[in-house]
Design a protein around this ligand. Structure first.
Ligand code: ADP
Length: 317
C-alpha cells in the first residue's frame, strides 16, 4: 500500500530544516509510520495523537508533498462493519466536504486502504474546549463572549447551508494554533431539503439534546441554539445545565426545563442562557439575535485570546 519512495528519502525530507515548521517540530513525525493516499499520490507521516472518539483516532499528519500538517481521523474498518456505522462516516464526509468558513473545521480529503478509512482535516493543534475546561474549570465572561461569537459565526454559515449540526458540545469546539474556534464532527448533522422541514429523529445520542429532539416532536435549526445555551452555561458554570448521575434523570430535567443559574453569573449572561434554553424552540433567539444580545454588545469582547488562556485566568483591561 505504500508508495515506492525509499525510506532514506523520506527521512531526508522530514528532517530538512528549511521547512516552515522548523526542525524541532518535524521530530514528532515518525518516519516509520507512513500513510499513503493512492488516489492523490500523497504520503503522510503520522505524528502525535490528538484525540480519540467513538470510531476514530485522530493524529497529526505531515503531508510530505506540501509539508503541511493536517489532522487525520483514522477509522479502523473493523469498527465500521455495521451499515449505520458506515452511514455516520459517509454523512460526515458528505456534509462537511463543501463547507468553507473560518469557524468550521475544513475538510481536506478522504481515502481508504485495506485496514482503515482516513478523513484528512484542518489541524486544530490546541484540541478542544473540553481540554480548556478541564484545566480552567470555568471561564471568564469575556472569554465566553470570544468563543461563543465564533461558534455563532460558524453555526450561521452551517445553517445558511441548510445543515443542522445537532451535536454542538465542548468536545466539538476545536481550537487551532491561533486560538480560533472551529466547529467539528458532522457525524450527527443533517441537511434540510426544503424550507420549514422538520426532522423527526437523530441516528445517535447528541450530548446537549434539545427537548423537542428527545420527545421526537420534530426539530430544526433551533436544536443547535439549545446546544449553544448549554455550551454557554457549561463554560461559565463548569458543568452542563441538566447534568445528573443518570441519563434518565437528565432527560427528565431537560423535558421539564429544570436547571439553576448560579448567582456568580452576570444578569446579562443569565438572561441569554434563559432565552437559549427556552423549552419552546420558536421562542429561542436566532443566531443573529444571540450576537446582538446585550451579553455581547454591552461588555468587553476580546478580539484575540492568548494560548495561555487554555491554562490560566487571563487579565483583561
Ligand atoms: P468520532 O467520529 O470517532 O467521534 P471525533 O470527530 O470525535 O471522532 O474525533 C476524535 C477526537 O479527535 C476529538 O475529540 C478531537 O479531540 C480530535 N480531533 C478531531 N478532529 C480534529 C481536528 N481537525 N484537529 C484536531 N483534533 C481533532
Amino acid at each position: 500500500i505504500y508508495s515506492t519512495s525509499p525510506m532514506k528519502e523520506l527521512r531526508t525530507r522530514v528532517n530538512k530544516s528549511d521547512n516552515a515548521r522548523g526542525p524541532t517540530e518535524s521530530d514528532q513525525f515518525d518516519p516509520n509510520f507512513i500513510i499513503y493516499d493512492n488516489t492523490t499520490d500523497t504520503t503522510y507521516l503520522r505524528g502525535r495523537l490528538l484525540g480519540k472518539g467513538g470510531f476514530a483516532r485522530c493524529y497529526e499528519l505531515l503531508d510530505l508533498n506540501s509539508n503541511k500538517i493536517y489532522a487525520g481521523k483514522i477509522i479502523s474498518k473493523t469498527r465500521i462493519a455495521k451499515p449505520h456505522q458506515r452511514q455516520k462516516i459517509i454523512r460526515e464526509v458528505d456534509l462537511q466536504k463543501n463547507l468553507k468558513h473560518r469557524n468550521v473545521v475544513e475538510f481536506h480529503s478522504f481515502f481508504e486502504d485495506d485496514e482503515n478509512v482516513y478523513i484528512i482535516l484542518e489541524n486544530c493543534s490546541r484540541k478542544s474546549l473540553v481540554h480548556v475546561i478541564k484545566h480552567r474549570k470555568t471561564l471568564t465572561e469575556p472569554e465566553v463572549r470570544y468563543y461563543l461569537q465564533q461558534l455563532v459565526e460558524g453555526a450561521k454559515y452551517t445553517h445558511n447551508n441548510n445543515i443542522i449540526h445537532r451535536d454542538l458540545k465542548l468536545g466539538n469546539m476545536l481550537l487551532n494554533e491561533q486560538m480560533e474556534l472551529k466547529i467539528a464532527d458532522f457525524g450527527l448533522a443533517t441537511r434540510l431539503d426544503f424550507e420549514g422541514e422538520k426532522k423527526m429523529t437523530v441516528c445517535g445520542t447528541p450530548n446537549y439534546i434539545a427537548p423537542e429532539v428527545l420527545l421526537k416532536k420534530g426539530h430544526s435549526f433551533s436544536a443547535d441554539i439549545w446546544a449553544i445555551g448549554c455550551i454557554m452555561y457549561a463554560l461559565l458554570v463548569g458543568r452542563p445545565p441538566f447534568e445528573t448521575t443518570t441519563l434518565k434523570e437528565t432527560y427528565l430535567r431537560i423535558t421539564e426545563n429544570t436547571y439553576t443559574l448560579p448567582n456568580s453569573l452576570s444578569t446579562l449572561a443569565k438572561n441569554l442562557i434563559r432565552k437559549c434554553l427556552s423549552p419552546i424552540p420558536e421562542q429561542r433567539p436566532s443566531l443573529d439575535q444571540i450576537i446582538q444580545d446585550d451579553f455581547f454588545t454591552c461588555a468587553y469582547l476580546p478580539k484575540v485570546l492568548s494560548p495561555a488562556c487554555c491554562f490560566s485566568v487571563p487579565k483583561f483591561p
